[in-house]
Design a protein around this ligand. Sequence first.
Ligand code: P6P
Length: 337
Amino acid sequence: MPDAHSRQPQYTTDNLTSLQSHILAEEQRHPGATGDFSWILSAIALAAKVIANKVRGARIQDVLGDIGETNVHGEKQQKLDVIANEIIARCLGDRANISVLASEEDEHPTVLRDRAEGGRYCVLFDPLDGSSNIDFGVGVGTIFSVLRNDRLKPRDVPHHIQPGSRQVAAGYILYGSSVIFVLTTGNGVDMFVHDHSIGTFVLVDRGIRIPESNKIYSINEAYCNTFPEGYRNYLDWAHDEGYSSRYIGSMVADVHRTLLKGGVFLYPPTKAHPEGKLRLMYEANPMAMIMDQAGGKALAGSERILDIRPTDLHQRTSVIMGSPREVDHVVRHLDSS
Ligand code: P6P
């Protein structure tokens, strides 16, 4: 047995990489990067830790339930929706390179500064998606999308209504059995888990690839009588093919499972939401970038979600996203209806 002095140091392959050091390493990959971008992602990580703490203590700190008001979409605002919204605004608001903050919870975006004052990025977010589930301990999440404020109009007005293909970063934080941060900056999808013992997000998976296929569909079948015919034909086919159904009713949780296990997540047009229920700018677009970067597909009917040319911050869309072969099965039935 060699003694301690002769033994060569064993450099581990599983280095401990924090989200912060990962972001800085990514920044080094972009020549001329100014660090602006890293500032934004570190602010989102800070907000995630604060929100995770609130979610974890929800039933104890009496922040469950709704506040007796509705948001711009006519939905009951949960106490934690408002709290999470304020936390993100406080963490991002002092980042000098942010031009616009746009939230699901606010009818109008907050313009912090225009491009001439250094506002280079727009950050759009759903502060606490799935919050109606929080009273029952179901996983909820924050979804974020980062765009450049690079459209110079005559008045140099911030320009945050851009197609999803122009996102420079996107991701989500899932507040579940563990707090999981999934991020893409256009070079693949990486996953971090919050290690409470050291108070930081640590890298646990790099370059995630969604499985090509898996016989799982995720949809609220209660509305199936109001789905367009092609979706109903797909469901009949999936039933005959022995598919499993998994639906949590919290987009971040359903999409995260789909990303890791494969399958397809769908929110078709319904009678209540003929254009689809999910919001394009801060739900569908960021998730579509994640899926695209992980080798999956993300469509609204037959159109790529990332190619949709938006007109309104709060516009909705239908969603079909997941394993490429599973999305193809859905599209085949839409096309033949
Ligand atoms: P439904 C949560 O309210 C949400 O916005 C998404 O997180 C989720 O995927 C969807 O709505 C669930 O909608 O109509 O099935 O309850």
